[in-house]
Design a protein around this ligand. Structure first.
Ligand code: PBG
Length: 344
């Protein structure tokens, strides 16, 4: 007789009592653990942020983001094809703009032949079915490194929204599936929705950076795009890290103004905010696992202090468990490749 793979074990009722529930039963083997797993990360949950720059045949590693590159458009297209093959849900584009093209009004942000519109068109030609999301904000184009127009040290709200609307229309015209306002100006979701509809772009969606915090975790991203503020900080428009109810208010406003997806950013230090938002809306909720979160994991892994692959899976799973349906992450390609390999 072959032994049962689930052998009968000696039980000592005196020592253990009779336990009705033994939660360890559900953890006994990998197959059982997979069977009762509540949260399964898949490649289509992931959105891959990509940095694009002018030039040809160029690829530059972002110093504070190991294994993460700025690509010229030709190389970006190769990257984008690989991303599609891996089943990643979408890409989010961010431009490196040369200083000579930056000004206080972010004029380059709505140039129809600018880097982002050209990139969108090329991607849509090469890989038409991969959803393309573009960032709406002035900071990569701003000589001041702010998300809006600066006057006397103040970031103007309504004047900035008027420029963001032009930027969103330019991206829609070029073929973006979603525009993602990350600027935190008041009223920009409604203004962009109205303008898109008025111009006939009724199917271009809005992924709203609704609860975007004034965070120290964005440092490496600002290195990647050379977009750090030239003075002050972003605390008069991005949210105070101490506030959660305010995030709910921002989400309510963005939904009322027409957002299709709402986002929390950063992710890891704000899992409670993701959870609260998910409890209150039936819209998809996204979370941005930002550059500083990426850099911390990479730095510790390079020291040999943590197992990068395992930490990344655990982290992204926790973000999904908290309530995020979609996760923007610089680890998307790595994780998708690993998920694909483990399925084969
Ligand atoms: C621009 C923008 C930022 C990020 C996404 N869009 C930087 C900022 O607000 O300063 C940060 C992303 C990251 O850190 O990975 N408005």
């Amino acid at each position: 007789l072959t032994q049962s793979p689930n052998p009968k074990l000696e039980n000592d009722p005196k020592a253990t009592g009779s336990l009705l529930y033994r939660p360890r039963r559900l953890r006994r083997t990998g197959a059982l653990r997979r069977m009762v797993r509540e949260t399964n990360l898949t490649a289509n949950d992931l959105i891959y942020p990509l940095f694009v720059m002018e030039g040809e045949g160029q690829r530059e590693e972002v110093p504070s983001m190991p294994d993460c590159f700025r690509f010229s458009l030709d190389l970006l297209l190769q990257e984008v094809k690989a991303v599609r093959e891996l089943g990643i849900g979408a890409i989010a584009l961010f431009p490196l703009i040369p200083p000579s093209q930056k000004d206080n009004a972010g004029t380059e942000s709505y140039n129809p032949n600018g880097l982002i519109p050209r990139t969108i068109r090329a991607i849509k030609q090469a890989v038409p079915d991969l959803p393309v999301i573009t960032d709406i904000a002035l900071d990569p184009y701003s000589s001041e490194g702010h998300d809006g127009i600066v006057k006397d040290g103040i970031i103007l709200n309504d004047e900035t929204v008027a420029v963001l609307v032009k930027q969103a229309l330019t991206h829609a015209e070029a073929g973006a599936d979603f525009v993602a306002p990350s600027d935190m100006m008041d009223g920009r979701i409604g203004a962009i929705r109205n303008a898109l509809d008025a111009e006939g772009w009724i199917n271009v969606g809005i992924l709203a950076y609704s609860a975007k915090y004034a965070s120290a975790y964005y440092g490496p991203f600002r290195d990647a795009l050379d977009s750090a503020p030239k003075f002050g900080d972003k605390k008069t428009y991005q949210m105070d890290a101490a506030n959660a109810k305010e995030a709910l208010k921002e989400v309510e406003l963005d939904i009322a103004e027409g957002a299709d997806i709402v986002m929390v950013k950063p992710a890891l230090a704000y899992l409670d905010v993701i959870y609260r938002i998910k409890e209150r809306t039936n819209l998809p909720v996204a979370a941005y696992n930002v550059s500083g979160e990426y850099a911390m994991v990479k730095a510790a892994a390079q020291q040999g202090w943590i197992d990068e692959g395992k930490v990344v899976l655990e982290t992204l799973t926790s973000i999904k468990r908290a309530g995020a349906d979609l996760i923007l992450t610089y680890f998307a390609k790595d994780v998708a490749a690993r998920l694909q390999a483990s399925r084969n």
